[in-house]
Design a protein around this ligand. Structure first.
Ligand code: ZN
Length: 112
């Protein structure tokens, strides 16, 4: 079962019981989960690498702040820099969470 991130999530009110059963894109078992406004969102590894970047690109090109710009005027470099920064921040938070689970038996029991 995928776990809702316990560290670094924008809204950390979710619990492992809230973990989704399916990837929101392909419907397979999710490998990761994230709190959403209407409930947790799950995604599998393949969709995270192959499909989420497309979703991000779509959101960037249609973002309210860029609506008055042509698609060629959207600053993709700025978006990419922010994505990279946030990816590594969340990767560090995820690794810290996995380390805490591995070294703190009580933490692992809490997630069962
Ligand atoms: Zn998937």
């Amino acid at each position: 079962m995928a776990m809702i991130p316990t560290n670094g999530a924008p809204d950390d009110n979710s619990s492992a019981d809230d973990a989704p059963d399916t990837c929101i894109i392909c419907g397979e078992d999710p490998d990761g989960a994230w709190p959403g406004a209407t409930g947790p969102v799950g995604v599998c590894y393949r969709c995270a690498l192959e499909d989420l970047p497309g979703l991000i690109a779509e959101a960037v090109t249609r973002a309210r702040q860029f609506r008055e710009l042509s698609p060629l005027e959207v600053n993709f470099q700025e978006a990419e820099d922010e994505i990279r920064l946030n990816f590594w921040k969340q990767a560090a938070a995820a690794m810290a969470g996995r380390f805490r689970e591995a070294t703190d038996p009580q933490s692992a029991e809490d997630l069962d």
